[in-house]
Design a protein. Structure first.
Length: 369
């Protein structure tokens, strides 16, 4: 039987060579299918356990299934056909097919590594919006990888790509000049992603615009203004602007002033800073800093107070300030301390007997008498 297989040929190869190549292909593919079955079971088991999903072991198994297994198929095919004598054209076609499969495997492997790294980063930081923001970036990288792989295939298949590459270079320069604004926004998208001056949901103010970040795109960022409309702003504008991010505010410093009348007794003036301090310290999420008799105004004795609201929420800040104002009003009313308000005092000079000078009136802004 062995002599028969070795002595009989077909298309330049003995039957024994065909049998050996077929055996390698069948056995190799059977082993790979067995490995695939085991991997599938283990991956399904890992996916069934929520705490292990997207874990290191799960990612390794998935990488083996998506990257290593295709490489094994390619290796088995190459080993099976290696011992056969084929014509130059057939050999060239097979070599081209192997190169194409290899390029596809490499591109898929790189894309898988990038997406897996993104998932791990999202899991580690707890920022689910990162995955949404990087999808356009991953799509762009994948597109560039496929272009590079296509040029690599053309070069390995014997095509002269130097002219094509030169043409693409000249065209790329022309496109870059014509689309400077678009490329600038694309570059600033990377700046926003890596530098993180703001994130989804942050409340920002720039120039005379203010609102919450709703979506960060490759070219533009959508901002929902307080009045309800959506602002579409280029990434370059946001990166180059002096931007205030109130979401990053850990606490808010508040300065407020009140004025009392000039008729307020000295002892009550001395009590006012302590009254303000006691009111502020009795309210939650506040930190008192100082309160002083600041100076003499046109019509009021002015007190300046400073405190901190231990949150960035504007509504909470306004609730606290309202509570301070109400309690301060009640405390002053209880002690009969009058708040100052703009007043005018008129001084009249009476005519002296025998004097021909007219009556003179002086109009003065100041405390009422």
């Amino acid at each position: 039987m062995m002599e028969y297989l070795q002595n009989n040929t077909f298309l330049g190869n003995s039957l024994f060579s065909y049998a050996r190549a077929g055996t390698i292909l069948i056995v190799g593919i059977a082993i790979i299918l067995f490995i695939q079955t085991l991997l599938k079971r283990k991956i399904n088991k890992q996916e069934g356990e929520d705490e292990h999903r997207n874990g290191r072991r799960w990612l390794i198994l998935l990488a083996i299934r998506r990257v290593i297994v295709p490489v094994l198929y390619l290796t088995v095919i190459w080993l099976g056909l290696k011992g056969l004598e084929m014509g130059s054209k057939i050999e060239q076609i097979l070599r081209g097919g192997i190169v194409i499969l290899g390029a596809v495997i490499v591109v898929r492997a790189v894309n898988f590594i990038l997406s897996s790294a993104l998932k791990k980063h999202t899991e580690r930081t707890g920022r689910e919006e990162d995955e949404k923001r990087t999808r356009p970036l991953l799509s762009l990288i994948s597109f560039l990888l496929w272009i590079i792989a296509f040029l690599f295939l053309l070069d390995n298949l014997g095509f002269n790509i130097s002219t094509l590459v030169a043409g693409l270079g000249v065209s790329g320069i022309a496109v870059a000049i014509a689309a400077q604004g678009i490329l600038g926004d694309l570059f600033n998208y990377f700046v926003i992603f890596f530098d993180r001056p703001f994130e989804l949901g942050d409340f920002v103010i720039f120039d005379d615009k203010l609102g919450s970040i709703e979506k960060i795109g490759i070219k533009t960022t959508r901002i929902r203004s307080l009045s309800g409309e959506q602002l579409v702003v280029s990434n370059s504008t946001l990166v180059n602007a002096r931007l205030h991010n109130y979401k990053r505010m850990e606490r808010r410093r508040v300065v407020f002033r009140i004025g009392v009348t000039y008729q307020t007794p000295l002892e009550q003036l001395k009590e006012i800073p302590d009254i303000i301090r006691g009111i502020i310290e009795s309210i939650d999420q506040t930190q008192f800093d100082r309160s002083h008799f600041q100076g003499y105004g046109d019509f009021a004795l002015t007190f300046e107070s400073v405190y901190y609201v231990l949150t960035s929420d504007y509504t909470i800040y306004m609730d606290i300030q309202q509570e301070i104002n109400l309690r301060l009003y009640g405390a002053f009313r209880e002690r009969e301390i009058d708040f100052a308000y703009p007043t005018q005092t008129l001084f009249l000079q009476a005519e002296t007997e025998g004097s021909s000078s007219p009556r003179i009136g002086f109009l003065h802004d100041g405390p009422s008498e």
